[in-house]
Design a protein around this ligand. Structure first.
Ligand SMILES: Nc1ncnc2c1ncn2[C@@H]1O[C@H](COP(=O)(O)OP(=O)(O)OP(=O)(O)O)[C@@H](O)[C@H]1O
Length: 503
């Protein structure tokens, strides 16, 4: 029997829920909300009769309980006279709140319908609403068994797959077998078969996918394919940045939900080049202290996560400084930082035409007002998004698609101040230090030099967690890297890639 009864909402017990709704959308009077129903029908839950109502606002209610379909409902199942609603709800309490930073758990709500007709009608109306949300139907998923704590495969089976199944999302899985495998696959993947690519990994696989897509002939269309990350690496800076920007914790469940809901946002991509070698970066580039800590602390891997703090302290106590120069094109508002640098544009090497894919940013460098900062430097960091790792808010003002990179430079800094500054990396407070230059830039020419201690030793340049260049006398300097420790150029392209985003 189909009825149009008002839903069984108890406005008092759901005050929090509705107040969080009204923050997100223009609020309407409560009784007006209650009467706009897509469907309302009699069902029973554990033998007790109630109305199950879906309002035009996408709120599903029965008894005094509500679910926000867009944010919480994964999918539906019917069997016999039963309709099961699969949802992801917050842990603790009854799980119905929409705010807070608690983790999400899968929950099933079972309703018995009074007749086959009403069951079908309920199913069609609720499923129709879910279909209207434009969620992805088929995903291609990379799983990197090698990343982070080597637990990506287990995490996929236990935490990701069940949610995708509840949401009726089809998927194809590809375990990465070696370095650059994800790049290779992305270069030739038939993208027409998928609505998105997900990386169960750290940032490394995401970067490989972006680089692979940019090597395709159809790169412009390929870059519209939304990419997602489920945190299973060491740093996980990109997914931390995305979830944090929506006030959500960086957990696999929140990350899967972000992909399933299908919201998208653009992401700036930085082109880094040196001669004929090119690399596309989505996260960051580091030279000096941060890169030395990241890369050289590898030799203390046996210490677990303590290796970073231990090695950071060691490096600060025996602080290195590097000679060199950074030329940059400042964003509006930062034109007075540094000194004028007129000569560098002449020495800017043009991007060499490539056989396939994206040819790099089309920018007239002569038209820019170049500035420069001279060394010695303790640390140079270029950041595309706020978080470099789950515990490192490197660039608190960085935006995903503003067309600029955040440049964080440290030159002189007393050791004690440096220790306190490093302890603020988890909240972004370091950028307020008088020892830090923090600006936004459109393009950079980095000229890295030797250490200032009189030795001929050089440094390491790291981008998105991978070593771009190892200078003379550095850790594992005999290993081959993509570029040489010499001048390199960086230009950012606004909103070139596309990401799944929680909000
Ligand atoms: N089967 C494999 N064996 C060895 N290396 C692999 C394999 N699959 C992928 N890789 C490489 O693993 C590297 C690290 O991957 P990933 O980013 O997932 O983890 P991470 O480095 O621990 O995390 P983060 O980048 O967030 O710090 C990538 O450079 C990738 O090329």
């Amino acid at each position: 029997m189909l009825t149009v009864d008002p839903p069984a909402i108890n406005p008092t017990s759901h005050a929090t829920f509705f107040s969080s709704q009204s923050r997100n959308r223009k609020s309407k009077p409560m009784d007006q909300q209650q009467h706009q129903h897509i469907v309302s029908d009699e069902v029973s839950v554990n033998g007790v009769k109630t109305s199950l109502t879906l309002s035009t606002d996408g709120i599903l209610c029965w008894f005094d309980r509500c679910l926000f379909v867009e944010k919480q409902v994964l999918g539906l199942l019917i069997s016999g006279r039963l309709i099961t609603i699969k949802a992801l709800v917050k842990t603790g309490g009854d799980g119905f709140g929409c705010s807070g930073r608690r983790n999400l758990v899968r929950k099933s709500f079972v309703f018995e319908s009074v007749s086959d007709d009403s069951l079908r009608n309920l199913y069609e109306k609720i499923q129709g609403y879910i279909d209207s949300l434009g969620r992805p139907k088929k995903l291609f998923i990379f799983v990197n068994p090698y990343g982070g704590k080597r637990s990506a495969s287990k995490l996929f089976m236990n935490e990701v797959k069940p949610i995708l199944e509840d949401a009726n999302v089809e998927f194809t899985i590809q375990e990465t077998k070696y370095q650059l495998h994800a790049k290779e696959v992305s270069r030739s993947l038939d993208l027409t078969k998928y609505d998105g690519i997900i990386c169960v990994s750290g940032d490394g696989i995401l970067v490989e996918v972006v680089n692979g897509l940019l090597e395709r002939e159809d790169w412009a269309t390929a870059l519209k394919m939304p990419l997602g990350v489920i945190p299973a690496g060491t740093g996980n800076g990109m997914i931390k940045s995305l979830l944090d920007s929506a006030g959500e914790p960086c957990t696999p469940a929140h990350a899967v939900l972000a992909a399933i809901r299908g919201h998208k946002r653009s992401l700036d991509v930085a082109t880094i080049w040196q001669g004929e070698t090119i690399f596309f970066s989505v996260l960051m580039l580091a030279w000096g202290l941060i890169s030395d800590i990241d890369i050289e602390s590898e030799k203390y891997r046996w210490m677990g996560s303590a290796r970073i703090d231990f090695y950071a302290l060691k490096r600060i106590l025996r602080l290195r400084k590097y000679n060199g120069c950074i030329h940059f094109v400042p964003a509006p508002g930062f034109e007075d930082v540094g000194e004028e640098s007129s000569s560098c544009v002449d020495s800017m090497e043009p991007l060499k035409p490539r056989l396939h894919g994206y040819q790099g940013p089309m920018v007239d460098f002569q038209s820019f007002n170049w500035r420069k900062l001279n060394g010695p430097f303790v640390s140079v960091w270029l950041h595309n998004v706020p978080w470099g790792a789950e515990n490192t808010m490197a660039a608190p003002d960085a935006k995903f698609e503003d067309g600029y990179l955040d440049l964080i430079v440290m030159r002189q800094c007393p050791k004690l101040a440096l220790i306190s500054l490093m302890s603020e990396l988890d909240n972004g407070g370091h950028v307020k230090s008088p020892y830090v230059v923090y600006i936004k830039v459109k393009a950079v020419i980095l000229e890295p030099g030797t250490r200032t201690d009189g030795s001929t030793k050089e440094g390491i340049i790291d981008s998105d967690g991978e070593v771009l260049a190892r200078g003379k006398g550095t850790y594992k300097s005999d290993l081959k890297s993509l570029m040489v420790y010499d001048k390199l150029q960086v230009v950012v392209d606004q909103g070139l890639a596309t990401l799944f985003t929680p909000a």
